[in-house]
Design a protein around this ligand. Structure first.
Ligand SMILES: *Cc1c(COP(=O)(O)O)cnc(C)c1O
Length: 397
């Protein structure tokens, strides 16, 4: 007999095309949707999960992202590595809030993930799921952090990892990728070239492609940031979420998580205003949003020391732009000097040594406060997506 205390089994019911809504089978390796060539979203039987997946039931679960296993795709526990992925601190930054003139500022310190960035969330789930479905070799184009994360989970789960990245990416990540046993390919040009090289390798060697939002499960790992913010705030939402956006995996993932939580009865229909931050030296989404466009044109030359902003072609552009609009959010570009200034301020005000992408979120709050788009009462969650240690020696451009 089924008891109410019994844990629901993790696992998807099917995949869904974000272009047309068509359902696809989830128990084999899939990339983009065969119907529209758009990202696929994993769907769960939330009605079945609902009775035993309640806020009260989270107490005492392990402090990593697998605490939300009912809404994650990996069934086989032997495919899950526990390196400390997720469940990072949400730091109440009272001095920063006073300085910025807003009600509250929390910093979600993603630098405390195992490889020093939030890419571990996506990699821990996507590599696990790929292994579960039979992949033995995976490939990823990256600006560094995603490669380090894939390398770590490949090493932990005995999956071979091929990493392709531009030469002028943070050198610390190159060391890290090598040390974690992945095959490192340094290429000329921007990340679009690396993307092309991965495509080639996939065609020639049959590797599984982990490119951003071109497989369904990195976004599942990243969505746990949404579950964590809600859990850590006591099952409510902030007014504003500020997110340093490259491919937009976490931005899209959190929005998906809010929808799931509403269907689970954890939150109501309210949503935070979702703010995209990019670098002035690579801002395809900000430009598209300012033009009122529904998709983003590729950006040309990248000029920023914050490598996380290096995505020139944004595959899921239409999803990001839709979320900004639906939430009443905004998109803001900030220069490198402002990022660097806020990295220092955050260090001195909070004790956290964050990366320039994180600094950019506070620079964006300052800018939105000046424009009157964030008020003195607003409660803001800012994502510090990597540790400052990964960028030591790099200077603003
Ligand atoms: C990859 C990355 C980003 C962008 O993340 P997306 O979810 O792909 O938009 C931001 N900051 C850092 C440090 C990154 O490595």
């Amino acid at each position: 007999m089924r008891e109410t205390t019994e844990r629901a089994v993790a696992g998807t019911s099917h995949l869904e095309c974000t272009g047309c809504g068509q359902a696809w089978e989830s128990e084999k390796l899939m990339g983009v949707s065969p119907c529209c060539t758009k990202p696929l979203f994993a769907r769960y039987d939330l009605e079945r999960v609902y009775p035993c997946f309640r806020p009260e039931g989270l107490r005492g679960r392990r402090p990593d992202l697998w605490r939300y296993e009912e809404v994650l795709p990996v069934r086989d526990v032997s495919c899950r590595a526990h390196l400390g992925e997720g469940f990072t601190p949400l730091v109440d930054a009272t001095r920063l809030a006073a300085r910025l003139g807003v009600g509250r500022v929390w910093i979600k310190d993603e630098g405390q993930n195992p490889t020093g960035s939030f890419k571990d969330r996506g990699a821990s789930v996507a590599v696990a799921r790929a292994k579960e479905l039979g992949a033995t070799e995976v490939a990823i184009p990256t600006i560094g952090n995603g490669g380090a994360a894939a390398a770590a989970y490949g090493a932990a789960l005995d999956v071979a990892v091929h990493v392709f990245l531009p030469r002028d990416t943070p050198p610390a990540t190159h060391e890290q990728i090598r040390a974690l046993g992945a095959e490192l390919h340094l290429l000329d040009g921007n990340v679009a070239n690396s993307r092309q090289a991965v495509r080639e390798g996939v065609r020639q060697h049959g590797w599984f492609d982990l490119s951003t939002l071109e497989e369904p499960y990195r976004v599942e790992g990243k969505k746990t940031m949404g579950y964590e913010v809600v859990e850590q705030l006591g099952f409510r939402l902030p007014d504003v979420i500020v997110y340093p956006t490259g491919g937009g995996t976490g931005f899209i993932g959190m929005w998906k998580a809010f929808d799931e939580m509403e269907r689970l009865g954890w939150i109501g229909p309210e949503r935070p205003r979702m703010v995209v931050v990019q670098a002035t030296g690579c801002q395809p989404i900000v430009r598209a949003w300012e033009q009122g466009a529904e998709t983003a044109e590729p950006w040309g030359e990248v000029r920023t020391y914050a490598a996380g902003f290096g995505a020139t072609r944004v595959f899921a552009d239409f999803l990001i732009l839709r979320i900004i609009r639906a939430s009443g959010g905004a998109a803001v570009a900030v220069p490198d000097e402002a990022m660097a200034r806020w990295v220092e301020i955050v260090g001195k005000d909070t004790g956290l040594f964050i990366s320039p992408e994180g600094g950019a979120t506070l620079a964006a709050v300052e800018c939105l406060r000046e424009r009157g788009l964030v008020s003195e009462d607003d409660e803001v969650v800012a994502f510090a997506t990597a540790s400052g240690l990964k960028y030591v020696g790099l200077r603003p451009l």
